[in-house]
Write a protein that binds this ligand. Structure first.
Ligand code: FES
Length: 286
């Protein structure tokens, strides 16, 4: 299919890298890691916020298009308002998308595709903005034509957004198919395998689990970072009781695997831990 060929070409388009580097630097300067960025990632929601926000302008613009095609003169004001409101609602959607995109680190392919996805959205927004202005001047024909052109840009952007999410896994919970129901306690390691301040990866019923010892306590959570799949056993223990991912710095609370700081939005699988003699046993939490 030509569209998957296009996406493949974009993934390999190293020529975009200088622009990607500059744009990501600007976004990370304006939006450093912290509460605001986490809010835009959707940490509070438990999954990325961006897909939810993009529906708002798209829905408004689709409604305007429907009125253009079927509403007649009586619906011109409503169509114009929908176009204008959609333009205004682009800002939060763009901010959340840029926050996610800027945390892709060394993953060049999704960053290149994401750049073109963003440019298509900018183009569509400009076209819908021009459509609103044309409608304000009562040039309905031009307003409709510009809205149709903006819709074409949305189709391109939507395809690339879907490619990012479903082909390249941006924003997916990497542990979604690993959710465990609590069963019995399972032998995981020797107590001596996990020294103070250390991480130790083990296999528990086919699931990679990282054991950690901090402040004399033993903890365990899934070893695959929910954000993009890094091995948390290669991360670091922080003084605030979190395990820090080595790739993009997500912080997971040792006590329950919850996300203390993004870009991850989904928690880690969490395990209860106990010792039996010289052995460490774990049990998945609900
Ligand atoms: S893989 Fe991105 S924060 Fe862990």
């Amino acid at each position: 299919m030509w569209w998957s060929t296009l996406a493949g070409k974009l993934e390999r388009a190293a020529v975009l890298d200088p622009v990607v580097g500059v744009a990501a630097g600007v976004v990370n300067t304006v939006l450093p890691r912290g509460k605001v960025k986490d809010g835009l990632h959707g940490r509070w929601l438990g999954h990325p916020l961006h897909p939810l926000l993009v529906a708002v302008p798209i829905g408004m613009w689709s409604g305007a298009l429907l009125l253009d095609l079927t509403g007649g003169p009586a619906s011109r004001v409503a169509a114009r308002r929908l176009v204008g409101a959609g333009v205004l609602m682009v800002a939060p959607s763009a901010a959340s998308g840029l926050a996610d995109w800027s945390e892709l680190g060394a993953f060049d392919k999704p960053k290149r595709v994401g750049l073109v996805h963003a440019l298509a959205n900018v183009t569509s927004t400009v076209l819908f903005g021009a459509s609103w202005l044309a409608r304000r001047r009562d040039d309905q024909e031009k307003g409709r034509t510009l809205a149709l052109a903006g819709t074409a840009g949305l189709v391109v952007s939507g395809y690339l957004g879907g490619h990012l999410a479903y082909s390249q896994g941006v924003g997916m919970n990497r542990n979604a198919d690993e959710q465990k129901e609590p069963v019995g306690w399972t032998d995981a390691a020797a107590v001596s395998d996990v020294g103070e301040g250390q991480l130790h990866q083990v296999d528990v019923d086919g699931q990679a689990v990282v054991l950690a010892r901090a402040g004399g306590e033993l903890y365990a959570m899934g070893a695959t970072c929910s954000h993009y799949g890094a091995s948390l056993a290669e991360g670091e223990l922080a003084e605030d009781g979190c395990l820090v991912c080595p790739w993009h710095g997500s912080r997971f609370r040792l006590r329950d695997g919850s996300v203390a700081q993004g870009p991850a939005t989904a928690p880690q699988l969490s395990y209860r831990v106990r010792t039996r003699g010289e052995r460490v046993e774990v049990q998945a939490r609900p």
